[in-house]
Design a protein around this ligand. Structure first.
Ligand SMILES: [Zn+2]
Length: 263
């Protein structure tokens, strides 16, 4: 489907994904077309079929980060199309066969238009978003999702860097966000501001727990998420841990035998 002139979403439905929102793959057309993320390896043949149907080649595959639902298809799609596979240099070691390691601020030309690398560490150390200035589009990978919140799992995931990356994104000119999962976000800046606010509120809740003597992670999770679906308990615990790791790095709290304390 063409979402704007020369910008396509290469959707294949649910594919190999078992969650709610399968990974999105986009293509920006031009003399050297750019594929943004590549979905699962198992879905690569279907995705290649879609590209052929649309009459689209691929010159480069830009990977937002090296998680399997984003990079799995890169090998087979790269092989079939001759595309060069690129990822931010801070994630290159995790990504297997990479032709090019990219840096913050680097500009990739499709021949028709330019995509700019915006390094957004947090979900992974080398996570990157791609900015398409003329259209006001930001391809956000897993940094900003169409719905829901990004999972930050230390040690590769870093809440402090994630929040700083969200703040940094607000300095960039874009209208809409094309996320790695879920629907397109029309008002991109409001969405980023909302996510940042959400994380700041969580951090305040964690600090408030410590002030009230809830020093163990299990107590904090119970206090913060009092009506949580038990299936999401593991994720909630991860998020609390990510905030605690940030506060510890900042020297605002300390931990002793699993109990956290304000400094
Ligand atoms: Zn991911």
């Amino acid at each position: 489907m063409e979402i704007a002139p020369g910008v396509y979403t290469i959707s294949i439905g649910q594919g190999a994904f078992t969650g709610v929102f399968p990974p999105n793959v986009y293509l920006v057309a031009g003399e050297h077309p750019v594929l943004l993320d590549s979905g699962y390896e198992a879905d690569a043949p279907t995705r290649l079929g879609k590209l052929r149907e649309l009459g689209l080649g691929v010159g480069r595959i830009l990977l937002s980060h090296p998680h399997v639902d984003h990079i799995g298809g890169a090998g087979p799609i790269g092989q079939a199309t001759g595309a060069r596979i690129c990822i931010h240099r801070d994630d290159a070691a995790e990504a297997g066969d990479i032709a090019e390691a990219l840096e913050h601020g680097q500009v990739i030309s499709t021949g028709n238009t330019d995509l700019e690398v915006v390094h957004t560490p947090g979900h992974t150390p080398g996570h990157m978003c791609l900015l398409l200035r003329p259209q006001g589009f930001l391809f956000s990978g897993d940094h900003v999702l169409g719905l829901g919140t990004t999972v930050i799992t230390p040690p590769r995931g870093d809440m402090g860097r994630y929040m700083a990356s969200l703040e940094n994104l607000l300095t960039y000119p874009f209208q809409s966000i094309l996320p790695g999962h879920g629907p397109m976000v029309q008002d991109g800046h409001s969405k980023v501001a909302e996510l940042l606010q959400h994380r700041r509120e969580r951090e305040a809740q964690v600090l408030s727990c410590l002030e009230r003597g809830h020093n163990l992670i299990a107590d904090m999770v119970k206090d913060i998420y009092d009506e949580l679906d038990p299936r999401l308990m593991g994720l909630a615990e991860l998020q609390v841990k990510a905030h605690l790791a940030k506060l510890q790095t900042e020297g605002r709290i300390s931990v002793q035998e699993g109990a956290y304390h304000l400094e």
